[in-house]
Design a binder for this molecule. Structure first.
Ligand code: TXA
Ligand code: MG
Length: 321
């Protein structure tokens, strides 16, 4: 096994690795992805191995051009088309009926495939240069924090990928919103970089997927109750929580201001101005800093349940124990 891989900004080199069946971690506007040729099952298998990810968790396929869809999906329902027209390229993933070209390993045997066209310029250049759709989950080990900087990837997967393509910090900072749409309905499977309100403005009312099912049966395993976890214990501050016991070194993750009641030794403010987009962009890097500092409890505030606040609350509740 490699000690630690190269961090580079050489797109052509990264594309060559992907074409040869290798693994490249690359920046998107949401989080860093761990990419492989989506049409080659053997290359895709390396993703699962590197992440130690269970095979019932299907992958998102990233494309550079809209006409690449023809190879991947058999049909695009009306509402899905409207969402793609509006939000692509960008942080929206659409689940569609798959063609036979998409290996079952990519979709965990599901008859549908999740597709996204990222807006990050370097990511689009990489995918276009590779010339094949790229399957890529977030470039973290399974269940751990999602990476929003190249060095986060280096820490978790540096010895398991062929190259990390450095595209700087991720602008959106939380994963894409995953939707399943038909001609007349639309369901959000995972909250993310496109807010529910923005989706409703295009297609009307949306349903939210039921998360009370068994993990293997969950429509979208990003909905697994335990996910996106730091190593440090995390609790969410709400009305019925008793303040942490004395003697604990507490790090506080807040929106604009700390409570003032908690003797925190470290404070992370996600947006001084109360901007939820800015807060989302800072979320994982702030959790990362807390997780690597000398504390033994993270106390996270609850965020307003609107706009990108829904994705933030969702990730925090899955990180909490
Ligand atoms: O922003 C993102 O979406 C990032 C970047 C790299 O694009 N990727 C990402 O991938 O978050 P991942 O693997 O960590 O999350 C993919 C989510 C999971 O919740 C998975 O269950 C869901 O998409 N998904 C994938 N294929 C699906 C399918 N056929 N049906 C339902 N959900 C699916
Ligand atoms: Mg993930």
């Amino acid at each position: 096994m490699k000690q630690s891989c190269e961090i580079s900004s050489d797109i052509a080199h990264a594309a060559t690795i992907l074409k040869g069946g290798g693994l490249v971690a690359f920046a998107t506007e949401t989080v860093y992805g761990l990419g492989a040729n989506a049409l080659e099952a053997e290359a895709v298998a390396k993703i699962f191995e590197a992440k130690q990810r269970p095979h019932f968790d299907p992958l998102i396929v990233h494309i550079a051009e809209i006409n690449w869809l023809e190879d991947l999906v058999t049909f695009v329902p009306e509402k899905a088309r409207a969402l793609m027209d509006h939000f692509w390229p960008g942080p929206l993933t659409v689940v569609l009926p798959k063609t036979d070209r998409v290996p079952d390993l990519v979709t965990s045997g599901l008859p549908s495939v999740a597709v996204r066209m990222p807006s990050h310029e370097q990511a689009r250049d990489l995918i276009a240069s590779a010339g094949v759709p790229i399957a890529a989950p977030s470039a973290n080990r399974f269940g751990q924090l999602s990476p929003t900087e190249a060095r986060h990837v280096q820490q978790q997967l540096g010895d398991r990928v062929d190259l990390i393509l450095d595209g700087g910090p991720c602008r959106v900072g939380v994963e894409s919103t995953v939707v399943r749409a038909t001609d007349d309905s639309c369901q959000i499977l995972r909250h993310g970089g496109v807010a529910q309100e923005e989706i409703e403005a295009i297609v009307g009312n949306v349903e939210l997927a039921d998360v009370s099912e068994r993990p293997e049966a969950v429509a979208s395993p990003g909905m697994l109750p335990q996910h996106y976890s730091p190593r440090t214990r995390l609790v969410i501050l709400n009305d019925d929580i008793t303040l942490p016991a004395k003697g604990l070194r507490v790090g506080e993750l807040c929106f604009q201001e700390p409570t003032g009641h908690i003797a925190s030794v470290k404070i992370e403010r996600l947006s001084k101005d109360g901007n939820l987009r800015e807060a989302a962009a800072n979320l994982f890097a702030a959790l990362w800093r807390l997780d690597t500092s000398d504390i033994n409890l993270i106390v996270a505030h609850q965020f307003p349940n609107e706009g990108l606040g829904r994705a933030i609350n969702d990730r925090l509740s899955r990180a909490a124990d």
